[in-house]
Design a protein. Sequence first.
Length: 285
Amino acid sequence: MDGRPATGRNRSEPVVRQVECKTVLNRTSIGDYSMNCYTGCQHGCIYCYARFMQRFHPHPEPWGEFVDVKVNAPHALQKQLRRAKPGGVFVSSACDAWQPLEDEWELTRQCCRLLIEHGFKVNALTKNALVLRDFDIFQAGLTRVGTTITTLDPGLAEMWEPGASSVEERWGILKAAKEAGLETAVMFGPLLPYLSDGQESVNALLERAAAVDVDVIWVDAMNPRPRVWPSVGQLLREQFPDLHQDYSRLLHHKETRAGYLKDLGRRVRTAARRTGLEDRLAGCP
């Protein structure tokens, strides 16, 4: 990649609000801590589980078209670090910490620097190549760089993840992290039912993971959290009307979903065995 890393495909500018927070480092069930310097995300991924955040932070704009910038996040974090016990920090759980606005605000960069200085491990997970900017502050042993990939098809990715960096740029993040001596991770998820979850597709994903020697792999299915289905359903009606009913059953019918998850898990484990990545598979349906 030449010059400054790409920060996502062109979209209309979001409504940006500057807010202040009391805390930015929070305990979480998926690790020791999570950290979110923003509420809302410009990537606007159709399937994003974080859409449920609008229940607690109402906005008139649709998800993907607003971002609240926690302008005092580094200061709030500095205060918390006086007492917080070092541990792993998931960056981020309810937004993409390296979404395009981060290029201007650098809140994630400042906070990651503070975390590393205080002996916390930054567990980054992003769909944006802007994370490459911060390799100068990341440290081996205190940083794991991960990216999310739902499909190898660039057309599908642009449809479902309109504001994120391209699929190839995301693979480039992992390659660059390996070259920098950093631990790497990939989240394959949510795999798109009937579009990127067949055995051939799953095999291809795991083969690419093997090619970049990724350290940790998670695989996830589409999440039926509140506010996800209206967004997914609208895209299906417009682009894949024949799949609308199938997705509805998969997300909302308990027995159908259980059977689907069992089959998906089997396909993932088959692909992991083929590629010799069984020991790196940290989670799958």
